[in-house]
Design a protein around this ligand. Structure first.
Ligand code: MG
Length: 370
């Protein structure tokens, strides 16, 4: 469909440290494999997505969420004729910069960093992970990923302004990333909106009727399922409806992107970069549904009393551990403590905490603060 807009792997700007090519894997396939073998990738298993484990064995964690995003992204990329390997690498890496305890963790680290005139953002942290924290190669620091994968990590959820003059200046500020990177953010949205419905429904926080009342498209789907399978168990009917919902959002992303590209008259991957707006888009109908889902989840789930209480507790714990290490940097692990000779302490503390899994955080907190 959009084969003409596919980012050609031969056109990659390559790696920071040149390497010989591989006999049968493309550069983007190698990047995908490097991400899967990274320690930061394995830590996703013990990082909260939305629901902390305990109540159920079936909640998503950041690893299973990442797998869902990857499958959706690959379906979209392959149907549109884009580069599946670049898409897959970006989807697998899209959350590796997430700190423990999901958004509570990210917001609190950012709040702490701002007190020191700095900031925390998970995409930038992901870049630091793949550029330096992963130490797996004798000849260079980090994973030495291709330019396009690093660019996608920085830009998958937002573009860089044309006057960006930070360290990120090398990532083509003012230009859009390739379509393969643009679609990750929307695939992520499909994955988390529908997965959060599922997890909240199984946790008993929301009922099918409430979703139907807030999201007309879901009501329509649910009606059809009720007519088609009147005798099926309520839980199975919910899954049937959820599956149709995911399918309609993914189809909306494929169609919306194909349509936007056609209307823009964009004919090459270079023109994708230069076009003033992103071309990965939902159809207007799918976009409306996605917005309604988000609005509903915010009100009924993310800000529901049990989740709000958890979030506050976790944010307070992150804040306390951060302040503890600022007062006692000597209690940091030796490898981090050494870094504090050449970097501001708050940066070292932030990087150390951001890398933790939920479980490691809890153990460290208990030892440090009790
Ligand atoms: Mg995500």
């Amino acid at each position: 469909m959009l084969r003409r807009l596919r980012f050609p792997v031969q056109a990659s700007r390559g790696r920071r440290y040149p390497e010989a090519s591989h006999p049968y894997r493309t550069e983007f396939q190698r990047d995908r494999d490097r991400l899967v073998h990274a320690r930061a990738f394995r830590r996703l298993e013990n990082k909260t997505q939305v629901f902390t484990p305990g109540l159920s064995d079936h909640f998503r964690n950041r690893l299973t969420h990442t797998i869902e995003v990857t499958q959706i992204s690959r379906t979209v990329a392959v149907t549109l004729g884009l580069d599946e390997d670049l898409t897959e690498a970006l989807a697998l890496g899209h959350d590796i910069g997430h700190p423990p305890f999901a958004h509570a963790g990210e917001e609190e680290l950012d709040r702490q960093m701002r007190r020191h005139g700095a900031m925390f953002e998970h995409n930038l942290h992901a870049l630091r992970i793949v550029e330096s924290f992963e130490q797996r190669y004798a000849r260079f620091p980090g994973l030495n990923l291709t330019f396009e994968v690093r660019e996608g990590i920085v830009k998958h959820s937002k573009d860089l302004p044309a006057d960006e003059d930070s360290l990120l200046g090398e990532y083509l500020p003012g230009l859009r990333p390739p379509l393969e990177a643009q679609l990750i953010d929307l695939a992520d949205e499909v994955a988390y909106n529908t997965a959060d419905l599922d997890d909240a429904h199984s946790a008993g926080i929301i009922a099918t009727e409430e979703i139907a009342a807030a999201v007309p498209r879901f009501a329509e789907i649910d009606d059809a399922i009720q007519t088609q399978f009147p005798g099926a168990a309520a839980r199975v009917k919910f899954y049937e409806a959820l599956r149709v919902l995911i399918d309609s959002l993914v189809s909306g992303l494929i169609e919306g992107t194909a349509r936007a590209a056609a209307e823009a008259g964009v004919e090459s991957p270079e023109a994708v970069r230069e076009f003033p707006e992103r071309l990965a888009r939902f159809t207007p109908e799918a976009k409306r549904t996605s917005i309604e889902l988000k609005r509903f989840l915010h009100a009924a789930v993310y800000h529901s009393p049990p989740l709000a209480a958890e979030r506050e507790r976790h944010a307070a714990m992150i804040g306390r551990l951060f302040e503890f290490y600022m007062r006692h940097p000597e209690r940091l692990p030796e490898s981090s403590y050494e870094l504090a000779e050449t970097q501001p302490v708050h940066q070292v503390v932030c990087d150390y905490i951001a890398g933790m899994t939920d479980g490691y955080f809890e153990r460290t907190y208990l030892q440090a603060i009790g």
